[in-house]
Ligand binder design. Structure first.
Ligand code: BES
Ligand code: MN
Ligand code: ZN
Length: 513
């Protein structure tokens, strides 16, 4: 889908040729003399439209506008949150018919960077359609969205951030939604490699032999029950100074989780194709970084394999040796996410990271605790937790801080190894985080449990693309606090700079907010 940003007033918008005009009307609306204003005012007077959130009025071939369809959507106080809701309702209303070109604009409030970003993301979200494994792909109908604002130059940053987020979120959705036979560890590796066509991104994909050499015995033990070979994906985005410590993202990439020998019940087991949504969010975030080009260094690590029951599969009670040297008693083979993440967390040490954030569909317990609203955030670092909470709020992709008291680790004690891979049922999301914490001792660390937020069940079954929005916001904000990038050596710069967008040295308040 294509987006463009243009300066418009209501009169110009009314004359604009497109398939539909979506006018988001906020409480502050004051009618002018133009026909479109008059139309809105009459509808309000007649009681047929209100600026309340969620209110809609559709009309066809109205004399007030050149577009055949006019949709009014109530945008309440005109805040980013309300604009998001209004766009969602308005675009959904257009989805049933043949709208290819849409003009969206706001009356009664002027969206800032933040508002424009949400507006772009909401329009993409409401028109997204999955097609990859349909025999007759009926794709998204909406082709082009023009965002009209009073002064386009004032909100270019927010617009660019929105476009990058959309590209990243849609990549995460695509890989999340693909069934497991269309999203194997090998295919994830290829998807990661394809990101290197974007500037400043490098990728390396390790296979079973290299992973064995690294001593990732815990990761390998999960993969051993599957015919699909494991992959360990290493991505680099170099937007900052060479000596700037990177942010490391680690994504759980279980392409299908049967539970292994501790097999899951049949009901809804299909949803375990989404068990690589942490990995998909890392891929999507790199896609977004490649678009937006912020001045930060980021490393992405994805351990990826299937969790299958098989003659060669890991058995309950087996003891495996992790890359850190710690031995683990595998009491439940369905607690496999932590077994692959722990080795990736040890591998992360070599980058001397500024911070490490892992993202994982880790526990059903987190779904029980927080539902689909907030992702679970676990971190012993106050500044890192604060930065992630702020990014979540700003991106409308929120997380909620959970505890990490040592008392929650009691259940992980083992008589036969250094640690067991499960605690009791109670507090299961926290004991999982406590397990990971044992391997994240060398840097500031946070864990996001996205089991409840990464996908939706039921009629709307599908990947949400979360938490790409949160991660992008977090990384963009890091460039403000990071030292300003030193210029690169001229020889390298001459080759590379032509293909690059100008690098920002400082986040704008909107991008960092
Ligand atoms: N991938 C699941 C977590 C999950 C379950 C996400 C349901 C979304 C919905 C994970 O690998 C898992 O199976 N976790 C177990 C851990 C338990 C055995 C300690 C769980 O949550 O039941
Ligand atoms: Mn599992
Ligand atoms: Zn799992």
């Amino acid at each position: 889908m294509n987006f463009e940003l243009k300066s418009f007033d209501l009169a110009a918008a009314a004359a604009f040729k497109c398939d539909a005009l979506l006018l988001l009307v906020a409480d502050g609306f004051k009618p002018g003399k133009d026909p479109l204003s008059q139309f809105v005012q009459q509808a309000v007077k007649a009681g047929d439209f209100e600026t309340k959130a969620g209110k809609l009025l559709q009309s066809y071939q109205s004399a007030a506008v050149a577009a055949p369809r006019l949709v009014l959507a109530g945008a309440a106080d005109g805040s980013a949150r309300q604009l998001r809701k209004a766009v969602a309702a308005g675009v959904a209303a257009c989805r049933a018919n043949t709208v290819k070109r849409l003009l969206v604009l706001v009356a009664g409030a002027e969206p800032d960077d933040h508002g424009v970003r949400q507006l772009v993301q909401a329009a993409a979200e409401a028109s997204y359609v999955y097609v990859t494994t349909k025999s007759v792909p009926e794709g998204r109908k909406l082709q082009k969205v023009t965002v009209g604002v009073a002064d386009a130059n004032a909100v270019r940053q927010g617009f660019a951030h929105g476009l990058a987020a959309v590209a990243g979120i849609e990549m995460a959705k695509e890989w999340g939604n693909r069934p497991a036979n269309h999203a194997t560890p090998t295919m994830l590796g290829e998807a990661a490699r394809s990101l290197t066509r974007l500037p400043r991104i490098k990728c390396e994909v390790l296979g079973p032999r290299e992973v064995a050499k690294l001593g990732m015995g815990s990761f390998m033990s999960v993969a051993q029950g599957s015919k699909e070979p494991l992959r360990f994906i290493v991505l680099h985005y170099n937007g900052g100074a060479r000596d700037q410590a990177p942010q490391v993202l680690v994504g759980k990439g279980i392409t299908f989780d049967t539970g292994g020998i501790s097999i899951k019940p049949a009901a809804e087991m299909d949803e375990m194709k989404f068990d690589m949504c942490g990995a998909a969010s890392v891929l999507g975030t790199f896609r977004a970084l490649g678009e937006l080009q912020p001045a930060v260094n980021v490393v992405g690590l994805i351990p990826s394999c299937e969790n299958m029951p098989d003659a060669g599969a890991l058995k309950p009670g087996d003891v495996v040796t992790s890359m850190s040297g710690q031995t683990i008693e595998v009491l439940n083979t369905d607690a496999e996410g932590r077994l692959i993440l722990c080795d990736a967390l040890t591998y992360a040490e070599r980058f001397k990271p500024a911070a490490v954030v892992d993202i994982a569909t880790l526990t059903g317990a987190c779904v029980v605790a927080l539902g689909g609203v907030h992702s679970g955030l676990f971190s012993p670092s106050e500044p890192l937790a604060a930065a992630l909470l702020a990014a979540g709020a700003s991106a409308h992709d929120s997380c909620w801080r959970m505890p990490l008291d040592d008392d929650y680790a009691e259940g992980l004690k083992s008589n036969f190894a250094d640690v067991g891979n499960v605690g009791g049922r109670a507090g299961g999301a926290v004991s999982a985080a406590k397990f990971l914490q044992r391997f994240a001792t060398q840097y500031p660390w946070a864990h996001l449990d996205i089991a409840g937020t990464a996908w939706k069940s039921g009629a709307a079954k599908g990947s949400t693309g979360r938490p790409v929005g949160l991660l992008l916001d977090y990384l963009v904000a890091q460039q403000a606090s990071a030292p300003v990038a030193a210029p690169r050596k001229p020889a390298r710069k001459a080759v590379a700079s032509a293909a690059r967008a100008p690098r920002k040295t400082k986040a704008t308040p909107a991008a960092a907010a």
